[in-house]
Design a protein around this ligand. Sequence first.
Ligand SMILES: C[S@@+](CC[C@H](N)C(=O)[O-])C[C@H]1O[C@@H](n2cnc3c(N)ncnc32)[C@H](O)[C@@H]1O
Length: 227
Amino acid sequence: MADIFDNYRDEFRARVLGGRPRTLLEIGSGDGGFLKTVKGEVERLCGIDPDAQNVSNLRAEGFEAIQGSAEKLPFADGEFDVVVFSFTPHHIADWAAGLNEAMRVARHSVEILDVWYDDTIADQRTAHALDRWLKTIDRRMGMVHNDTLSPGALLEPVMGRRNVTFDYACRRIASPLNIEETMAEGHAKLAKVDNDPALAAEFEQIISAARREGMTDEGAILMTIEK
Ligand SMILES: C[S@@+](CC[C@H](N)C(=O)[O-])C[C@H]1O[C@@H](n2cnc3c(N)ncnc32)[C@H](O)[C@@H]1O
């Protein structure tokens, strides 16, 4: 069954291909979740990711893939028409460096898709609290897994530049999260930090709030930054 992320990915794909790019780089290409949606649509399609296994899997599937990080890209200025971040900004340790590098190697634009919560709505605040809690545990285990970046935080590194234009859309398909499944996921996560009492207490509070207010799936932000 298609999940809500397929809807966000479909809209993002149309947005990225709308300007008919000939060359495209994806930063943080992972297992190709985005690259596969645009395969065959551009003359040069390239992914870069720090994870050696991801890179080797993509190469085995015929993609141009390079091992490396957003903060220092091994590409020339303006080498790609479009540079894409798909569900990656909140994984990058130094977002300012990553976005500035993307702007350097992009000829026309940088396109961003990432998770977004509507904090004006109670059932989204509970989902955002859960997301922050899960990421706290990921960080304790050594992963870079930051809170979602607001539109302002995504744009902050380029706000001082002249001649940069941007627009963005925030999308949300209202879809309730199953609290029992969320509890099972949370308890499995807690076991990874030896059921830390402070985190266990925080989780109980999040679940109580979810029972009162509801809890819904994440939305997405789609952003274009043009040079
Ligand atoms: C959630 S996955 C997204 C994968 C893919 N872009 C997609 O849309 O399915 C995040 C990816 O960011 C990569 N990543 C983490 N830190 C990075 C960095 N500093 N520079 C580039 N990629 C990074 C991870 O290795 C991972 O593959």
